[in-house]
Write a protein that binds this ligand. Structure first.
Ligand code: FE2
Ligand code: FE2
Length: 344
């Protein structure tokens, strides 16, 4: 339905300058009034493109994020842990699907987004380019990576674009289960043997800084923050969200009896916040440019999976076409059924 609605996008007669300004002002007025923008509503092209970029990157992050954890499904220490991890990894695949669907409502086909991912043109979260070396990494990912994702994503439930906001409500519920399962793994390890505690500490050492980088560059260096906040796509700046994550997570590390790997981290009585040491942004940008420990491996795995799934996509498309041809026209709506078939 959305695809049909968007077929005229870009073909509308050009408005005069005055009409264009009035339309842009009405749009901003709706945003300021906290109205949701829906797929068929008029929107500035830059708003559409910003959302396509953000939602598709988010979708890519979900499905690439399945890889580091999928690495431990066959090696989970118990049947229960294995079942939980499978459920979590499946959730991430589902998140990717909701988000690709939300992006499609903006007029970009899913196949095009996948080409962008597999060609290396699209970005995804830098965190998934780090390896999962031990079982404790699965705990650290749930606790820190899903924890950071929740911090980022809860405000997105109030994003001005309706389909994205609604997808995020369900995603956030599932992310909170992910965070708890990760923390519970860390709790078990931190109460275990000396070797298990050391494994938990080692995982924290390796995942702490990349988790802080998940919030993106500092506000001063963030290209998109100002406009995204005016459009209410974003509600808080990168640094604000990072600070919230630090404030919530440091006491959890204390509870686990683990040490945050930051010599400069301290409680600031005046501001009532934990103050972290400086982030090594050169690492962040190197990973983003494709030079993280696992960038090539991740894209290669996605390309292999895409190729291996080709026959499924082709069979599903052929089945859909055949069903469409075989379906008898419903009395009175034959024209509508024909139009839907033509757009499929
Ligand atoms: Fe997710
Ligand atoms: Fe998750």
């Amino acid at each position: 339905m959305y695809t049909q609605g968007l077929d005229t996008h870009g073909k509308e007669p050009l408005p005069t300058a005055a009409e264009g300004e009035a339309r842009a002002a009405r749009f901003q007025g709706r945003i300021d009034a906290e109205e949701k923008i829906e797929p068929k509503d008029w929107m500035p092209e830059a708003y559409r493109q910003t959302l396509i970029r953000q939602i598709s990157q988010h979708a890519h992050s979900e499905i690439v994020g399945m890889l580091p954890e999928g690495n431990w499904i066959t090696r989970a220490p118990t049947l229960k842990r294995k079942a939980v991890l499978i459920a979590k990894v499946q959730d991430e695949g589902g998140h990717g699907m909701y988000l690709y669907s939300a992006a499609e409502t903006l007029g970009i086909p899913r196949a095009q987004m996948l080409v962008q991912l597999l060609s290396g043109a699209a970005k995804y979260s830098s965190i998934f380019n780090y390896p999962t070396l031990t079982w404790a990494d699965i705990g650290a990912i749930g606790w820190l990576v899903d924890g950071a994702a929740i911090m980022n994503q809860i405000p997105l439930c109030r994003c001005s674009y309706g389909p994205y906001a609604r997808a995020m409500v369900r995603i956030c519920k599932e992310e909170s289960f992910h965070q708890r399962q990760g923390f519970e793994i860390m709790l078990t390890l931190s109460q275990g043997s000396h070797a298990q505690r050391a494994m938990a500490q080692d995982a924290l050492n390796r995942w702490w800084w990349p988790s802080l980088m998940m919030f993106g560059p500092s506000d001063a260096d963030s290209m998109h923050t100002g406009q995204s906040m005016r459009w209410k796509i974003k509600r808080f700046s990168n640094d604000e969200l990072r600070q919230r994550f630090i404030d919530v997570t440091v006491p959890q590390a204390h509870f686990l009896g683990l040490t945050i790997p930051d010599d400069e981290l301290h409680w600031d009585e005046a501001t009532q916040h934990y103050r972290a040491g400086p982030i090594d942004w050169s690492e962040f940008y190197a990973v983003l440019k494709g030079n993280g420990p696992c960038n090539r491996e991740r894209l290669e795995a996605r390309r292999r999976a895409h190729e291996a799934g080709r026959w499924v996509r082709e069979a599903a498309a052929a089945h859909a076409q055949r069903s469409q041809r075989a379906a008898p026209p419903v009395a009175g709506v034959a024209g509508v059924a024909g139009a839907a078939g033509a757009a499929a």
